[in-house]
Write a protein that binds this ligand. Structure first.
Ligand SMILES: CC(C)(COP(=O)(O)OP(=O)(O)OC[C@H]1O[C@@H](n2cnc3c(N)ncnc32)[C@H](O)[C@@H]1OP(=O)(O)O)[C@@H](O)C(=O)NCCC(=O)NCCS
Length: 158
């Protein structure tokens, strides 16, 4: 992903996550802070999906919020957003990029990969080894993500 991709990300986010709007500044900040964790999927020379991720520590950041900096001692690798246009789904691209992120997360030394599953995507994540976390204190943080939000985590060996 490069900064010039951000306007297309906005369009995809609006189409895929209408109930979870985020400002371009949020995407731009994550790309600036951690470009290694930001990727786009190209189909027929057009961007058809994206993922944003970065090392993190503690509870998930609130939706549509700047984090200003990455934690000095990250404990989890956080998948902020994964969104594919409908035309790009069902061909293994989602599973493939998550596999690459997990490989990358191992190199960061994080013990887990975590995310907030929305849009009924929890079964997809479950197939890839993520389980729902039961920590009540973290669940409280999910309220801004909507009623179907589920915090999920995969333990990875480093
Ligand atoms: C969720 C999403 C990333 C999946 O990407 P994808 O490329 O379509 O998924 P894949 O083709 O790699 O599927 C991998 C496996 O998960 C399954 N799967 C995919 N989406 C699923 C879903 N919503 N529910 C249940 N299973 C799902 C597939 O059937 C496949 O199973 P298999 O290995 O047994 O064949 C994509 O559908 C998407 O962008 N959805 C809208 C945005 C979204 O919900 N993002 C996640 C927010 S946290």
């Amino acid at each position: 992903m490069i900064p010039a991709d951000l306007s297309t990300l906005d369009d995809i986010a609006e189409a895929v996550h209408p109930s979870h709007p985020e400002d371009t500044t949020v995407f731009a900040e994550r790309l600036r802070l951690y470009p290694e964790g930001c990727h786009v999927l190209e189909r027929d020379r057009a961007i058809a999906g994206y993922v944003i991720s970065h090392p993190w520590s503690g509870a998930p950041p609130a939706l549509n919020t700047l984090i200003n900096e990455l934690p000095p001692a990250p404990t989890t690798y956080y998948v902020h957003d994964l969104a594919l246009l409908p035309s790009a789904r069902g061909n293994g691209a989602g599973a493939a990029i998550v596999g690459r992120l997990i490989d990358h997360a191992r190199q960061t030394g994080c013990a887990t990969v975590s995310l907030v599953a929305v849009n009924g995507s929890a079964p997809f994540w479950h197939k890839l080894g993520f389980i729902r976390t039961t920590e009540e204190s973290l669940r409280e943080k999910l309220k801004g993500y909507g009623d179907d939000a589920v915090l999920m985590r995969a333990r990875i060996s480093t």
